[in-house]
Design a protein around this ligand. Structure first.
Ligand SMILES: [Mn+2]
Length: 322
C-alpha cells in the first residue's frame, strides 16, 4: 500500500519529486523518463498504492497509447497525480484528465507546479526547492518565481541551484540522486553537502574543458552547429548550446552515438524556433526516429545512419521557417 513518486532525473525532476515526497511522506521514489514511463506505470500499478505522483515527464506521442493502457491497470482506489509542464495536445490533455488528477501549465517548471498544488501541506524549505527547480529548467521568470526571489537573496538561490545543476552532470542519477532527494526533503542545503559541492566544482572545471573542445571540433551545416561524440559523458545540453554559439548558428546539437543508435540534445540560440514542434515535424519521416521536449530544449534519437538525413531535414525546416 506504499505510495509512489515517479519523476525525472534532472534538477526540476529531483526538486519536483522531493516536493511530492514532502506532500506524501514515506512514498517510494523512482526515477523515470518519457521513453519508459509506460513500463514503470505497469510495474507500479501492481502495488495497489493509494497515491501515485508523476512529475516532470513529457508525453512521448508514440508511447501515449501505452501510457493510457498502463493507467487502466490501476485500481480505482489509486489516486494518480500527474504534474507537468511539457507541451500536451488537447487530446492528450483530455485523455489523461479522464484518469489522472492532471495539473499542467506550460511556462512554470514542474517543481513550481507541485509546490503550488500542495503548498498548504508543505514546510517552508519546499519553496526553495521549487525555486531551484525553476532555475534548473530556465523557468525562473514566472510571476511565482519573481515574487519569491524577492523574499530571499536571489544570488544565494542561484548559487545553491547552480551547485545542484553542476553536480548532477557528474552523478549516477539512479543511485546517488536518490540520496540527494532525501537530503533535499530534509531541508539540507546543497552548500552543506560536501560531496555535492566537490562534484559541482569538478563538473564546472570539466564544463570549461567541454567548451574548449566544442570550440575546436564543432561543425556547421547551414543554420545548425553540431558536435559529435565528445570524449566526455554528459554535458549534452551545455555542449549543444556551445555548438550553436561557437559556430554562430541558430540551433546547436550535441550528438552521441552508441552502437547503431544516435542520440541528440538540441538547443536553440537567440531565436524562437519551437524545437518540440520541429522534432514533431521532422522525426516521423525518419524510421525509428523519436523525440521532442520543450520549445527551447529538445532531444531526438534515431539510427546512426539516419543522422545526416536528420540534419538535412532540420536544415530545410529552418530554411522554410527562417
Ligand atoms: Mn522540467
Amino acid at each position: 500500500m506504499v505510495n509512489v513518486v515517479l519523476t525525472h532525473g534532472d534538477l526540476d525532476g529531483i526538486t519536483s519529486g522531493a516536493i511530492a515526497l514532502l506532500a506524501f511522506p514515506r512514498a517510494d521514489l523512482y526515477f523515470t523518463k518519457p521513453s519508459q514511463i509506460h513500463q514503470d506505470l505497469y510495474r507500479v500499478a501492481k502495488d495497489q498504492s493509494d497515491v501515485v505522483h508523476i512529475s516532470d515527464i513529457a508525453i512521448n506521442s508514440k508511447r501515449f497509447d501505452d501510457i493510457l493502457r498502463a493507467l487502466d491497470k490501476f485500481s480505482d482506489s489509486t489516486r494518480i497525480h500527474w504534474t507537468d509542464h511539457h507541451p500536451l495536445t488537447a487530446r492528450q490533455k483530455k485523455k489523461l484528465s479522464d484518469r489522472v488528477d492532471l495539473f499542467h501549465e506550460v511556462g512554470p517548471c514542474a517543481a513550481e507546479l507541485v509546490f503550488r498544488k500542495f503548498a498548504e501541506e508543505l514546510p517552508e524549505h519546499a519553496l526553495r526547492l521549487a525555486l531551484y527547480g525553476a532555475i534548473g529548467d530556465y523557468c525562473d521568470d514566472t510571476p511565482f518565481c519573481k515574487k519569491h526571489f524577492d523574499d530571499y537573496d536571489k544570488r544565494t538561490l542561484y548559487l545553491e541551484a547552480g551547485i545542484l545543476v553542476q553536480a548532477l552532470q557528474e552523478i549516477d542519477y539512479r543511485r546517488e540522486s536518490k540520496d540527494l532527494v532525501r537530503q533535499l526533503t530534509m531541508g539540507i542545503e546543497p552548500s552543506s553537502m560536501n560531496d555535492i559541492v566537490d562534484l559541482a566544482l569538478k563538473a564546472t572545471r570539466i564544463e570549461h574543458e567541454v567548451f574548449r573542445y566544442v570550440q575546436k571540433n564543432a561543425r556547421k551545416m547551414n543554420l545548425i552547429g553540431y558536435v559529435l561524440d565528445m570524449p566526455v559523458n554528459g554535458y549534452r545540453g551545455k555542449s549543444a548550446k556551445f555548438a550553436a554559439y561557437l559556430t554562430n548558428s541558430m540551433i546547436g546539437i550535441s550528438a552521441r552515438s552508441s552502437g547503431d543508435d544516435m542520440d541528440c540534445s538540441i538547443r536553440r540560440r537567440q531565436c524562437n524556433i519551437d524545437l518540440n514542434k520541429a522534432m514533431n515535424a521532422i522525426l516521423p519521416s525518419i524510421d525509428g526516429g523519436q523525440g521532442g521536449g520543450h520549445p527551447a530544449a529538445a532531444g531526438a534519437s534515431m539510427s546512426k545512419n539516419d543522422f545526416p538525413r536528420f540534419l538535412q531535414s532540420l536544415a530545410e525546416y529552418l530554411d522554410q521557417g527562417a
